[in-house]
Design a protein around this ligand. Structure first.
Ligand code: ADP
Ligand code: ZN
Length: 517
């Protein structure tokens, strides 16, 4: 059997392994069922390609991305490896060539699209080919509650059982639920050797700030990095345009980008960003997929990302070259309401909505974190870490206060008004403000009226945001903006848990600028 390290240099031209690759290669080579979780760009494909070359027989690779399969086949062939693909994009000649390579026993890697598994001709073909290993790329596609569910992936478990060969599954999606589903569906619940490596991007500085004056916060952040390439992500198309304009007026070179622009314009912006130095692209999430620019120096979120996975992926576009890069993510109560509403209004089944609320909660937990952000982020991916020394909370620890009493007062205001009102009205009640609405509803007669005068309206606003962030209250999808208490709040009401909240993070946003100039 050829040595992996020799082939690594000879076939792939790499001087060494990346973090995590070698252990995964060894596990797959040893014929163990293996689950590898690595971030996008971490070098997953090598972890099945290399064992495929070392082992006897054919390795079947199942991947949902046809373009990517074709790319991999092309570069393997250029490196002199017998590889082929069976996908809907094949020409007849290509398919013929794959068949004869199988029949002559030459083929080492056979890429197939998941749809192929539904065809009755596939199993006999794979039997004939002498498959000795199944590699599954993008294994999270087997998860029914995930965003990329592929029904044909459910056939892979059967295939493994029938061929009775080891299976190696690869994904960048690390949440526990998805991992558990992969184990159930691909490995019949028998725990595979699991590797989770390389999620840390230590050169990226992490920072969050509560929205105070978001436009100015972004302008200040950009001003401290003038001339550097950066991306500002916005929640809406309209905002990309206005913010790009504001940045231009402040003397930056900035362009807007979103899916509503015509394809020519989009390509123009992509090319300029790729080639120019110091361009800022103000974009919706539509921007980034095809961008491979190593020296993006900063990424800012003008609005809260959709989930912790999106956050990780979007900030991960900064600093691919390994040099220091900086990020800033703004968030406010409106973002939380907006994201919850998006989830509730989607057509997804209930379980999926619950999972999405959970993913949003994790991101909010990161936003309102008290300790090192990288520890929280990597903890979510299952990696343990020391305090990083490269996030806003390591730079300057959060000041916390015991918010238990205040939270209980707020919850009581929510309950006594029948869970029918938004934060604004509840804050009026708590601070004893005699507005028309308070008077009309008779809420000045409630025992909670004026019990929260010790905090200012701004402080209450921050408190309600953090309560939403901890999922103690949730906007009612049926009644716009009205807050309902969640089950998570019951122990607080009963006085069973203490609530430590951050003193508001808005001052921290200003301190950010200080640390950067
Ligand atoms: P993904 O994990 O997203 O599937 P790929 O397998 O496409 O990532 O790898 C990402 C990039 O890293 C590719 O350009 C690949 O050639 C490169 N790469 C992978 N392993 C190594 C290595 N050991 N040394 C240098 N570059 C590597
Ligand atoms: Zn840190």
């Amino acid at each position: 059997m050829p040595e992996p390290a020799t082939l690594l240099a000879r076939v792939f031209g790499f001087p060494g392994f990346r973090p995590g690759q070698e252990e995964i290669v060894q596990s797959v080579l040893a014929g163990r069922n293996t689950l590898a979780i690595m971030p996008t760009g971490g070098g997953k494909s090598l972890c099945f390609q290399l064992p495929a070359l070392c082992r006897d027989g054919v390795t079947v690779v199942i991947s949902p991305l046809i373009a990517l399969m074709r790319d991999q086949v092309r570069s393997l062939r250029e490196a002199g490896v017998e590889a082929g693909a069976l996908t809907s994009g094949n020409t007849e000649d290509e398919t013929e060539e794959v068949f004869s390579a199988i029949d002559e026993g030459r083929l080492k890697l056979l890429y197939i699209a998941p749809e192929r598994l539904a065809s009755p001709a596939t199993l006999p073909l794979l039997r004939r080919a002498g498959v000795s290993l199944i590699a599954v790329d993008e294994a999270h596609c087997v998860s029914q509650w995930g965003h990329d569910f592929r029904p044909d992936y459910l056939r892979i478990g059967d295939l493994r059982r029938t061929l009775n060969v080891p299976l190696a599954a690869f994904t960048a999606t690390a949440d526990e639920e998805t991992r558990a589903e992969i184990v159930t569906r691909l490995f019949d619940g028998a725990a595979p050797a699991t590797f989770l490596r390389g999620f840390d991007r230590p050169n990226i500085h992490l920072a969050f700030a509560a929205k105070d004056s978001p436009r100015d916060q972004i302008l200040r952040f950009a001003a401290a990095r003038k001339g550097q390439s950066g991306i500002v992500y916005c929640g809406t198309r309209a905002k990309t345009e206005t913010l790009a304009q504001a940045l231009c007026e402040a003397g930056h070179h900035a362009l807007a980008y979103h899916a509503g622009l015509d394809p020519d314009r989009r390509r123009f912006v992509e090319t300029r960003f790729q080639r120019d130095d110091g361009l800022i692209v103000v974009a919706t999430v539509a921007f980034g997929m095809g961008i491979d620019k190593p020296d993006i120096r900063w990424v800012a979120h003008a609005d809260l990302p959709k989930s912790i996975e999106s956050y990780y992926q979007e900030i991960g576009r900064a600093g691919r070259d390994g040099a220091p890069a900086e990020t800033l993510t703004l968030y406010g109560a409106d973002d939380i309401r907006f994201r919850r509403q998006q989830i509730d209004e989607s057509a997804a089944p209930l379980e999926r909505k619950q999972a999405d609320h959970g993913r949003l909660n994790t991101l909010l937990g990161l936003a309102e974190a008290i300790g090192c952000r990288r520890q929280v982020l990597l903890g979510y991916f299952g990696e343990a870490a020391e305090p990083c020394g490269n996030c806003d909370l390591c730079d300057r620890p959060a000041e916390v206060f015991d918010a238990t009493e205040a939270v209980r007062k707020a919850l009581s205001a929510v309950l006594r008004t029948g869970e029918s009102f938004g934060a604004g009205h509840l804050i009026d009640i708590l601070t004893g403000s005699l507005t028309d609405k308070v008077r009309d509803r008779g809420h000045d007669a409630l025992p909670t009226f004026g019990v929260g005068r010790e905090l200012s309206k701004t402080q209450w606003t921050a408190l309600f945001r953090q309560m939403m962030g901890r999922d103690l209250v949730r906007p009612d999808p049926e009644r716009h903006g009205a807050l309902r208490m969640t089950d998570a709040a019951r122990p607080v009401l009963r006085g069973e848990v203490q609530m430590l909240f951050r003193k508001d993070t808005a001052p921290a946003a200003k301190a950010m600028v200080r640390s950067l100039v």
